[in-house]
Design a protein around this ligand. Structure first.
Ligand code: ATP
Length: 245
């Protein structure tokens, strides 16, 4: 009998509030090492609040986040980055006035020893030929899909222990959505654990091992991604979310 994979990320009773408006009410979840966990939910369910509270861009009001066995609750984003958590937020977090190359460089300075940075940069560019062609172009002048490739290239240049990908396919053309999911699969195959917040429910479930469904800031369903049936989708993912199947 093989042992269950170790838990890389453990979230317990997490609460997030923006002033008097509460967004998460005691959310708990486990992310096993090497897995892809999809966080699903309709607009406003609390998905980005959960992602941000783990990545360190949102300070939780209560609860704990344990990463690799260490309590990292409330650590700021740059400390989480150093600990091995890459966060690709909804807005991609690129520097629009810097070139493609300098965007990659800025990330590598954080995460890769000096002597290895040049090779890591070339590796990232070789994965996305269109970025290599545009290495000197300002990131702000790239198309939405190309910007998302750049956000993923930054991750692949220095593979983290955990990638938190928040709605990476939002607003992209279908061909670019394919590129995003292919890249996420490649990242997973490299051994990176992935926490995936996605509006394309079916695509997310194809990639994920485990699904967690949020509603009004609470976990209402969790289990193997293969067990998410139409009943779960109909009950918990209303309106926009289920129309994105
Ligand atoms: P979406 O898919 O629309 O991004 P979501 O599931 O990611 O939604 P959150 O963005 O986490 O949900 O929002 C959860 C709740 O918190 C919502 O009611 C939202 O209006 C509120 N909220 C989120 N960010 C803020 C903020 N900066 N200030 C005030 N309220 C916020």
């Amino acid at each position: 009998m093989s042992a269950a994979p170790a838990t890389l990320l453990e979230v317990r009773d997490l609460e997030v509030a923006y002033g008097s408006a509460r967004a998460l009410f005691g959310v708990s979840l486990d992310v096993p090492q090497g897995s892809v966990v999809a966080v699903l939910g309709a607009n406003g369910a609390g998905k980005s609040s959960l992602a941000g509270a783990i990545a360190g861009t949102v300070t939780p009001k209560a609860g704990t986040v344990t990463f690799g066995g260490v309590d990292v609750t409330g650590l700021p984003a740059h400390r989480m980055c150093r600990a091995g958590v890459a966060y690709v937020p909804e807005d991609r977090n690129l520097f629009p006035h810097l070139s493609v190359r300098d965007n990659l460089w800025a990330q590598l300075r954080f995460s890769v020893p000096r002597a290895e940075r040049r090779a890591a940069l070339e590796r990232a560019l070789s994965l996305f030929p269109v970025l290599a062609e545009r290495r000197n172009q300002g990131a702000g002048t790239l198309s939405g899909g190309e910007q998302q490739m750049l956000a993923l290239a930054r991750v692949l240049a220095a593979p983290p222990r955990l990638l938190i990908a928040d709605e990476m396919s939002m607003g992209l053309a279908p061909r670019m959505v394919d590129v995003v999911f292919e890249s996420l699969a490649r990242i997973r195959d490299e051994g990176v654990t992935v926490l995936l917040v996605e509006q394309f429910v079916e695509r997310a479930l194809d990639l994920a091992d485990v699904a967690v469904v949020l509603r009004h800031g609470r976990v209402v369903w969790s289990g193997p991604a293969a067990d998410v049936g139409t009943d779960v989708l109909a009950e918990y993912l209303s309106g926009e979310a289920s129309s994105a199947l």
